[in-house]
Design a protein around this ligand. Structure first.
Ligand SMILES: NC(=O)c1ccc[n+]([C@@H]2O[C@H](COP(=O)([O-])OP(=O)(O)OC[C@H]3O[C@@H](n4cnc5c(N)ncnc54)[C@H](O)[C@@H]3O)[C@@H](O)[C@H]2O)c1
Length: 423
């Protein structure tokens, strides 16, 4: 098989990012069908990929009700729809690339993993970080024994105050009931990376975290529900929406507030849509800071901190081993290795392969790997698998349970409980 064909379900930011690979590598993959409920987005996507009218659908169910029309389907709809769309796609025996999180329900994650196994198809989850040169290098350094036996991992994710406000206060991932808890929506990648680097089962998890800042009592005095309705704090509030969305920059995140990115289109979006709301008066409930600690079966201990409160976004790690340590900063693509015996330091700087949407180069490498797996008919192994993703999702669910119930979670008991319900 030289070129594979794919159908895209949900042609939003992520669907487009993966489909762009087909435009850059037409010899490897062609997008032959799309389901997208936003009319303008659907039209633009159809045009970019030259999709026949007969293969363009306004909702996922209509596409997935048809006979299989491509080798694989990319499922890039919102979190709470992943399960239904994936189960339908697996029923039709499509190979599936599913956006993370697999589902906000642990039972559904387990059920999808098992259904895919029975269908005998490729089922990959978009854990894009594994595909970045940064984390690949880190994995390679650990495997080469550069710091001896791994002992501790401190992993920090600085979301960035504006990214938090955009996605997790005003945007799609603000509400646990509508999407997922923060630890799943933002940090299931981090759970996956920890598990991948540490290479052992996690035994115990505990977590604490709060939504402390983006709440009504912190609103500036007299702030209305929408920034454009004469907010008295317009000059001093760092979250004043026009300062973020009515500038000359119309790339992400401004690009998601409307399909009409003229000044007038964006102004209207701020008057009417979710991104014009005061960050202190939204219907958000996901945390703005959280910490998780882990005990692994190989006696590695790890902590993970997620915080909204940083100027820039980025992931930082400090790993210590019996013979040395590594300090790693993803925003700079830098890894500093220090040895105890020689006292030498080695600074490794990787080439910067891309910005936000590219996830440090991970998106494109993930697509390349998925295409390779589909071409092999599922015979080859990928860098990740549904089975592994289910495990890392369970870490996120356990952390959330610990945070809410204020207790330590025994992963063996937790996993057995979730598997009880799998179909
Ligand atoms: N891998 C990552 O790092 C990463 C990063 C961001 C988001 N995500 C995940 O990717 C998914 C999509 O996020 P996004 O940022 O692209 O969101 P988005 O809103 O830009 O895209 C979703 C698209 O699906 C369409 N849609 C919704 N329901 C549909 C249906 N029933 N039929 C057809 N189309 C439908 C929407 O109109 C929208 O265009 C989410 O699950 C999100 O959590 C993953």
């Amino acid at each position: 098989m030289k070129q594979i064909s794919v159908a895209v379900v949900g042609a939003g930011v992520r669907g487009q990012a993966y489909a762009d690979y087909a435009l850059d590598h037409p010899e490897e993959v062609k997008v032959v069908a799309v389901a997208e409920c936003n009319t303008e987005r659907r039209r633009q996507f159809q045009q970019s990929h030259g999709i026949e009218d007969a293969n363009v659908y306004s909702d996922a169910d209509s596409l997935l009700a048809q006979e299989r029309m491509a080798d694989a389907v990319l499922i890039c709809t919102q979190d709470r729809d992943h399960y239904e769309h994936t189960m339908q796609a697996l029923e039709r025996r499509y190979h599936v690339l599913l956006e993370k999180p697999m589902s906000p329900s642990p039972e559904e994650c387990v059920a999808m993993g098992e259904r895919a196994k029975r269908a005998g198809v490729v089922f990959s989850i978009c854990h894009v970080l594994r595909y970045t040169p940064f984390f690949s290098k880190l994995k390679e350094l650990l495997a080469a024994g550069k710091i001896g036996r791994l002992m501790t991992v401190q992993h920090n994710e600085y979301v960035g105050y504006l990214h938090q406000a955009h996605s997790f206060v005003r945007g799609n991932w603000r509400s646990t009931a509508e999407s997922s808890p923060m630890i799943l929506a933002k940090a299931c990648h981090d759970m996956d990376i920890l598990q991948w680097l540490i290479e052992a089962e996690c035994r115990y998890v505990s977590s604490f975290g709060f939504l402390s800042h983006f709440r009504a009592e912190n609103a500036p005095p007299g702030a209305p529900d929408r920034c454009l309705d004469g907010c008295p704090a317009a000059d001093s509030c760092e979250y004043y929406a026009p300062n973020q969305y009515l500038t000359e920059h119309v790339g992400w995140p401004t690009s998601v507030i409307s399909t009409d990115l003229t000044y007038e289109g964006r102004y209207k979006a701020l008057q009417e849509g979710p991104y014009g709301r005061c960050v202190y008066r939204c219907d958000n409930d996901v945390v703005d800071h959280q910490v998780v600690s882990f005990e692994f079966a190989n006696e590695v201990t790890a902590t993970f901190t997620m915080t909204a409160f940083s100027r820039d976004g980025g992931r930082f790690m400090h790993l210590t081993g019996t013979e040395g340590e590594i300090r790693a900063a993803m925003d700079k693509n830098e890894l500093l290795v220090k040895r105890f015996d020689t006292g030498l330091e080695e600074l490794i700087t990787l080439r910067n392969p891309g910005g936000h949407v590219g996830h440090g180069g991970g998106d494109m490498r993930l697509m390349r790997d998925f295409i390779r797996l589909v071409k092999s008919g599922g015979g080859e192994k990928g860098l990740t698998s549904a089975e592994v993703s289910v495990q890392s999702h369970l870490l996120a669910f356990a952390a959330e349970a610990s945070r809410k119930e204020k207790k330590m979670i025994d992963m063996n008991l937790f996993t057995a409980d979730k598997q009880k319900f799998s179909r």
